[in-house]
Write a protein that binds this ligand. Structure first.
Ligand SMILES: [Fe+2]
Length: 278
C-alpha cells in the first residue's frame, strides 16, 4: 500500500523544479568561482622533466616564471614560492619572465618583493624578459629589477656553466627581436624564451623552456582561446617534441594576467634534471 501511495505522489510543479535547478546551478557556479579565484591560484604543482646532455655530472634546476606580481600575487605568495624553491635545493634556477603584471600601476612594495626573491638559494640564477617586463613601464627598469632579485639577465646572450651546460636567453618575442645567431648550433643548447612559439622560428635547440601561456589560465574549451596570448598559440602547456628532435617545455607559471583567476591550470614549478651522458 505504501509503495502504491509513493508511486501516486505528484511531481512538484514545473516552476518549483525550475527554481531548484537554477539554485543548484548558482551554487555550483559559486563553488567553481570560489575555487578558481581563491583555491587554484595558490595550489602550486611541482612537475618534473628529465633530459640527458653532454655535461659533467648532473644538474637539478628549478624553472619558474610569470609571477605577475600585483595581479593577485604579492609578498606573501613570493615568500611561499621562495620557500618551495629552496626546499628543492636546486643547483640552478631559471626565471622565465613576466615579473610584475603592470609595473607602472603597481602600488605595492617593489623593493620588498625583490628582496624576497633574492632569497632564492642556488649557485646559478638566470632570467629572461617577458612581454610584461617591457609593457607597463618596465622596459628600462627590468634589467635593474631582475638584478636586484639576484638573477643574471640573458637577452640574446648566453652563458656556460662549469659543468659544460650551454644556456641561451632569448629577447622577448612580442616587443623585441630574439636574435640567436651564432648562439645555437653545435652541442646541447638550452634556450630560455618567454614566448613558447619562438620554437617554430629557431632550430638547433635541444631544449627550450618557456612560460607566457599560463597553461591557458582558464582551461575550458570555450574560453581558453580568450586567455591564450599571441606567442603561445602552438605550445600551451607541458612537453612537446619538435620535428628536429628538440624538446619544448611550457611551464604554466605562478601568477595570472587579465583576471586573478585560474581554472584547471594550476600554477607550476618545474624541476628539470639534466643527467650527464656517460
Ligand atoms: Fe605571463
Amino acid at each position: 500500500m505504501a509503495g502504491k501511495r509513493e508511486r501516486k505522489r505528484r511531481r512538484p510543479p514545473l516552476l518549483l523544479r525550475l527554481l531548484r535547478g537554477i539554485l543548484a546551478l548558482a551554487l555550483l557556479g559559486g563553488a567553481l568561482a570560489f575555487y578558481a579565484f581563491k583555491i587554484e591560484p595558490r595550489w602550486i604543482q611541482t612537475t618534473e622533466l628529465e633530459v640527458t646532455a653532454p655535461i659533467e655530472g648532473s644538474l637539478r634546476i628549478v624553472a619558474f616564471g610569470d609571477t605577475h606580481i600585483g595581479m593577485g600575487k604579492d609578498q606573501a605568495e613570493m615568500g611561499d614560492l621562495v620557500g618551495r624553491i629552496n626546499a628543492i635545493e636546486p643547483d640552478a634556477v631559471f626565471f622565465l619572465g613576466d615579473l610584475f603584471d603592470n609595473y607602472a600601476a603597481y602600488t605595492g612594495d617593489v623593493e620588498a618583493n625583490l628582496a624576497i626573491l633574492a632569497g632564492i638559494e642556488a649557485e646559478y640564477k638566470y632570467a629572461v624578459r617577458g612581454n610584461h617586463d617591457v609593457g607597463g613601464g618596465a622596459e628600462f627598469v627590468y634589467p635593474e629589477l631582475i638584478a636586484q632579485a639576484g638573477f643574471t639577465l640573458l637577452e640574446n646572450t648566453d652563458a656556460r656553466l662549469p659543468c659544460g651546460l650551454h644556456i641561451i636567453g632569448a629577447a622577448d618575442y612580442i616587443y623585441h627581436t630574439p636574435n640567436l645567431e651564432g648562439l645555437t648550433g653545435e652541442g646541447f643548447d638550452l634556450l630560455l624564451a618567454h614566448e613558447p612559439d619562438l620554437a617554430d622560428a629557431v632550430s638547433g635547440v635541444e631544449l627550450q623552456l618557456s612560460g607566457h601561456s599560463h597553461g591557458g589560465q582558464v582551461y575550458l574549451p570555450f574560453l581558453v582561446q580568450e586567455f591564450l596570448p599571441g606567442g603561445a598559440q602552438n605550445y600551451i602547456r607541458g612537453r612537446y617534441e619538435k620535428a628536429d628532435g628538440g624538446i619544448v617545455y611550457v611551464n604554466r607559471g605562478i601568477g595570472m594576467s587579465m583576471l586573478p583567476v585560474r581554472l584547471f591550470s594550476r600554477p607550476e614549478i618545474t624541476i628539470l634534471t639534466i643527467h650527464g651522458e656517460e
